[in-house]
Design a protein around this ligand. Structure first.
Ligand SMILES: Cc1cc2nc3c(=O)[nH]c(=O)nc-3n(C[C@H](O)[C@H](O)[C@H](O)COP(=O)(O)OP(=O)(O)OC[C@H]3O[C@@H](n4cnc5c(N)ncnc54)[C@H](O)[C@@H]3O)c2cc1C
Length: 362
């Protein structure tokens, strides 16, 4: 059924993708944003689009599908800026890197084993090229805020309304069905409410007695001043992930989540930046401009929460880590489920209620 009125809470990349897919499929869409348009975690993301190591096969398959959905979106949404530049990875010991190549290769991930000479051909700017690395040609990146703004603009072009300064404070429920959102003292009615509010989703759900663990670990990224083109690829070196942005900044984290593990942020930023200088030829005189500290919305088990929380009619939850990679699939699948009642099989392991917790004792 189309013609539904859907309220999407949150204008980060996940909310923007859900909103665009809903409005493109014929729904009437209102996006509510409490803070800055374009999200919180989203603007501070490293934005590597990948299905890389360390994940079980079902999650790999969801990520791989979303990488394909990025290419579709790139054709459908002007100004998205998807750059399938490829990723060169050697952030594991060689035996583990080889195990990753074998496992993910058997799952259909396109990984090429490269030696130091081949690594340098792919990325001439590496100092001390590794003897063994893997090259994933289909991996890529976006500038996360640019891509999110492009999705929001395209959704607006199709008729979606973006309301800023709108803090959702409660979900309105009657006879077991959510029928709207309270924001800025008013009740906004809708056929469906989608919570894509990142770490802001848990308190709204708790108001209905639905408790989910959604954590907000900090992640730090250092940004150089803009410079001439130095890097072609995403580089995942031990203890340092670095890429170059569209405006020419080198942006780096200690790993792809930019974990800070209790370290002093300013100190960590300077340490990281010296590693950038050591790794990238031509970056010797480059200056650090600033660092960012983002907070990743992270469900308790690390996997997405996509579906109707508590099987509540009128309500959908879309919260995930790796939201840059997963936004296109999350948006497409959420719209399909909300408008046509069809749940994609790739979402089977990711229904929110696997993490539904009893109410905390008073
Ligand atoms: C340092 C770092 C590195 C990362 N690297 C990668 C990576 O390489 N690849 C990858 O795929 N992912 C990466 N991620 C994760 C990715 O950035 C996030 O998963 C993604 O941005 C989450 O998007 P979101 O829209 O769910 O959340 P957000 O961007 O946080 O957006 C949520 C929005 O909801 C709004 N909101 C909250 N509560 C309310 C309310 N009550 N009413 C109205 N609005 C509300 C907020 O203001 C915000 O705008 C990284 C994250 C960080 C921090």
């Amino acid at each position: 059924m189309t013609g539904k009125h859907c309220i999407v809470v949150g204008s980060g990349i996940v909310g923007a993708s859900v909103a665009w897919h809903l409005v493109a499929a014929g729904a009437r869409v209102t996006i509510l944003e409490a803070a800055e348009v374009g999200g919180l975690a989203t603007r501070d993301s490293w934005a590597w689009i990948n299905a890389s190591w360390g994940n079980p096969e079902p999650y790999f398959r969801l990520r791989l599908r979303s990488m394909q959905e990025w290419q579709r979106l790139q054709r459908e949404v002007p100004g998205l800026g998807l750059d399938r530049c490829g990723g060169l990875i050697w952030d594991l010991p060689p035996d583990q890197l080889e195990a990753y190549a074998q496992e993910h290769g058997s799952w259909g991930y396109d990984l090429q084993r490269v030696d130091a000479a081949q690594a340098l051909q792919l990325e001439p700017a590496i100092r001390n090229a590794p003897d063994f690395a893997l090259y994933a040609a289909q991996e890529g990146k976006v500038e996360p805020l640019v891509a999110t703004q492009a999705l929001l603009a395209a959704a607006h072009g199709l008729g979606a309304t973006l309301r800023t300064g709108m803090q959702a404070t409660a979900l309105a429920r009657h006879d077991g069905r959510v029928h709207g959102v309270r924001a800025n003292g008013a009740l906004l009615e809708a056929d469906e409410v989608v919570l894509a509010a990142g770490t802001g989703s848990a308190p709204l759900l708790a108001g209905l007695g639905l408790h989910y663990p959604i954590h907000a670990p900090a992640g730090l990224l250092v940004h150089s001043k803009p410079t001439r083109p130095l890097l072609r690829k995403l580089l995942m070196a031990p203890g340092l992930h670095v890429r170059q942005t569209a405006e020419g900044r080198l942006v780096a984290g200690a790993d792809y989540v930019g974990s800070i593990e209790g370290q002093d942020p300013a100190q960590l930023a300077h340490t990281l930046f010296s590693k950038v200088r050591a790794l990238v030829a031509g970056a010797d005189a480059l200056e650090m401009d600033f660092f960012t500290l983002g907070h990743r919305p992270t469900p308790g088990d690390g996997f997405p929460l996509l579906g109707r929380p508590g099987h509540t009619a009128g309500l959908y939850l879309a919260v995930t880590h790796s939201g840059i990679t997963l936004a296109p699939a999350a948006g497409r699948f959420a719209a399909q489920e909300l408008l046509h009642g069809v749940r994609d099989p790739l979402l089977s392991p990711y229904h929110p209620d696997r993490l539904l917790q009893p109410a905390p004792a008073a």
